[in-house]
Design a protein around this ligand. Structure first.
Ligand SMILES: [Zn+2]
Length: 325
């Protein structure tokens, strides 16, 4: 389909082209395509030859030991001109440090790819920016009416209360979370609302260094350093890691998970599951669409069909993107 002189297709991913300019969004790209990578989570870091991403995304991907090729770093809020004709702008998606939405503009046509998006403020991120456009490619991870997240402050409150109860009974509260983004939000929450030290897994510590380079001010102790080991063996600390593991301590460890899926699914292997998400919930996805005011919407990931049908009932032209092989 066409938007001005821009062509959009969903063959094996999200692709936009105009003449010789070919862009792909979080989708595998051959040598003639510029791959736009929205953020550092592993399902968005795909094979490519040339890429555009924010410097923070680049640093976070590198912190995981992954090589990225031919990167042109562009800050959120900035833009580049591709092939003398297409303006490609990056702006904050609110999902994780350095996460970007992309807008491709050419000859009056404009397409925005949201990537993963969060429209509420967190301890470490600002709400996703709104830029009016003609065509919106919108993530729909939680695009179903049952996903209405509680106020973030309330979730923080429940997490802090659970931490306090574990500490009071001599146990170590531990969180399994995404290594990039959620882990740092939990660390910041513990730093902000308690005086407890935080011990973190090695991969979380690597990502934390990038966050602190960007001014996050996280205070933590890596598990493989002497101080981290001492804290764990003595107790009175919180542990955060990307996976659940046996910790070097005699203290009893209680594990919790923090994810939006906690609203609907049971996590029986965990002591607690907190609905803390880096994505917009259903009402906020609808609100975001209303603020952007696009003429066409294509939904990607998760509940794409359900969200598109709700948007159609609201009077929008909306379809799930059909990514044919
Ligand atoms: Zn993500």
């Amino acid at each position: 389909m066409r938007t001005g002189l821009l062509r959009l297709d969903f063959r094996r991913g999200v692709n936009v082209s105009s003449g010789r300019v070919k862009l792909s969004f979080d989708s595998e790209a051959g040598p003639s395509v510029i791959c736009c990578i929205s953020h550092a989570h592993s399902d968005h870091v795909v094979e490519h030859y040339k890429s555009v991403m924010s410097p923070e995304t680049m640093a976070l991907i590198r912190s995981r030991g992954i090589r990225v090729r031919g990167v042109r770093p562009v800050r959120n809020g900035g833009h580049i001109v591709v092939g003398d004709e297409v303006v490609l702008a990056l702006f904050d998606s609110g999902h994780v440090l350095g996460s970007s939405q992309f807008m491709a503009e050419h000859d009056g046509g404009s397409i925005v790819y949201t990537g993963d998006i969060n429209t509420v403020e967190t301890l470490l991120t600002k709400p996703a920016e709104v830029r009016p456009c003609e065509t919106l490619i919108l993530e729909s991870t939680y695009g179903s009416p049952e996903y209405v997240f509680p106020e973030r402050e309330r979730v923080y409150g429940e997490m802090v209360r659970w931490i306090s109860r574990c500490i009071a009974t001599g146990e170590i509260p531990a969180f399994k979370s995404y290594t990039i983004g959620k882990a740092q939000e939990i660390i910041k929450m513990v730093n902000t609302f308690t005086s407890l030290p935080v011990v973190v897994g090695v991969s979380v510590a690597e990502a934390c260094r990038v966050f602190n380079d960007a001014g996050a001010g996280l205070e933590y102790y890596p598990v493989n350093a002497d101080e981290g080991l001492e804290l764990l063996s003595g107790g009175g600390c919180v542990y955060v890691d990307g996976s659940r593991r046996r910790l070097p301590t005699w203290k009893r460890v209680r594990w919790a998970v923090a994810t939006g899926w906690a609203l609907r699914y049971r996590f029986d292997d965990f002591d607690r599951a907190f609905p803390l998400s880096g994505h917009a919930d259903f009402p906020n996805l609808l609100r975001h669409v209303e603020s952007v005011g696009p003429r066409k919407i294509f939904t990607v990931h998760g509940y794409s069909a359900r969200l598109a049908s709700h948007l159609r009932r609201m009077g929008y032209y909306a379809e799930p993107a059909r990514m044919d092989g």
